[in-house]
Design a protein around this ligand. Structure first.
Ligand code: TXA
Ligand code: MG
Length: 338
């Protein structure tokens, strides 16, 4: 059975999870060479991208891809993004219909390498495990120099989800990858804190139109210059298995709320200004800069999560431009069943 909700959905890989691997953390040319060697051996490696850190593996080796799911305890119904070493790989992995070719070409020209992921019809070369049995595959090219160095030397496509345990906060620095996956992966390559701080924008190309499946650094306004833009998530059906209601979540319960009335056991994730009477406060951007807010969002959420609080209140940010992607993350991090 193909597609989300099918046979794939029944298995969560946690029973296979390794807990006793020695996790190295390093940087520089030798570390990059070691990463490439491990990837060739079918291992998983933590790698920096310009959005968040990823957990990379050879996208064409199902056994290597399986290790990603195991390390993250990610359910098999949630497909992975494939990162290309060069644009010529697009033709080998995807079958872009003639009606979409011009649009795809213009998007690649404008945004690759960079934080835009395109969902396109796939070719059989892409393993089922990568796409969760879907007929499409999500593809991007990272602009991070360290990721590019690894991908180029490796010479093939790398499957890489964010390097966090399933449902948790995405890591934006190497140390945060270690907090998520220590003992489960052999190597983390440190490329410094990530530039954008939130995951890539994901769009499905539908003829000459675009459907945004996940908002991110490339905003709807910018995409609208290339074709009609539709927003996913208005219908009942989950179009991207990653559109789960709960995601990016701290362990401490979080809710969206206002800056008034906290208490010493409550933390505040504020937009521009401090509230009072909270046990801990993190301000996303004192100057009201949405870029700064996105770039530091997950690190600040993680700091509050580590502060031993009973709950966290997140103040909404203005919901335009990059604010749409930030509010998406805050809502999912705050979502509670029931
Ligand atoms: O910025 C990013 O995109 C980061 C870095 C590491 O590249 N990666 C990332 O991957 O955020 P991940 O696995 O955490 O999120 C990928 C999302 C998932 O929600 C998944 O459901 C969706 O992409 N996705 C993957 N393949 C898809 C497909 N064929 N159709 C629809 N959605 C897809
Ligand atoms: Mg993720």
């Amino acid at each position: 059975m193909r597609g989300p909700g099918g046979a794939w959905a029944q298995t969560i890989a946690s029973s296979m999870t390794r807990e006793n691997v020695a996790t190295e953390l390093g940087s520089g040319p030798e570390c990059i060479a070691r990463a490439v060697q491990l990837l060739r051996e079918g291992e998983v490696v933590g790698l920096p991208t310009e959005t968040v850190y990823g957990l990379g593996a050879d996208a064409l080796q199902p056994e290597a891809v399986a290790k990603i799911f195991e390390a993250k305890e990610r359910p098999y119904f949630d497909p992975l993004i494939v990162h290309l070493p060069s644009v010529d790989w697009l033709e080998r992995l995807t079958d872009v219909p003639a009606s979409s070719r011009a649009l795809v070409g213009r998007l690649m020209e404008a945004f690759w390498p960079g934080p835009l992921t395109l969902v396109l019809p796939r070719r059989p070369l892409v393993p089922d495990l990568v796409t969760s049995g879907l007929d499409s595959v999500a593809i991007r090219m990272s602009a991070h120099p360290v990721f590019q160095a690894v991908a180029t030397a490796f010479g093939g496509p790398l499957a890489a989800p964010s390097a966090n345990r399933f449902g948790r906060i995405s890591p934006t620095c190497a140390e945060d990858v270690r907090k998520e996956l220590d003992g489960r992966i052999p190597l983390i390559v440190d490329g410094g804190p990530t530039e954008h701080g939130i995951e890539s924008t994901i769009v499905a190309v539908e003829g000459t139109a675009l459907r945004i499946l996940r908002s991110g650094p490339i905003t709807a306004d910018r995409l609208a210059q290339f074709g009609e833009v539709r927003m996913a998530g208005t219908g009942q059906k989950i179009e991207s298995p990653g559109q789960l209601k709960s995601h990016y979540a701290p362990r401490t319960p979080m809710s969206l709320g206002d800056v008034a009335g906290g208490g010493k056991n409550v933390g505040l994730l504020a937009w521009t200004g401090a509230g009072h009477g909270f046990g801990a406060i993190e301000i996303l951007s004192a100057t009201g800069d949405l870029r700064e807010a996105a770039a530091t969002l997950f690190a600040k959420m993680r700091r509050l999560d580590e502060a031993g609080l009973e709950r966290i209140v997140a103040q909404p940010v203005p919901e335009h431009g990059l604010g749409i992607a930030i509010m998406d993350r805050l809502r999912k991090a705050s979502y509670r069943e029931g």
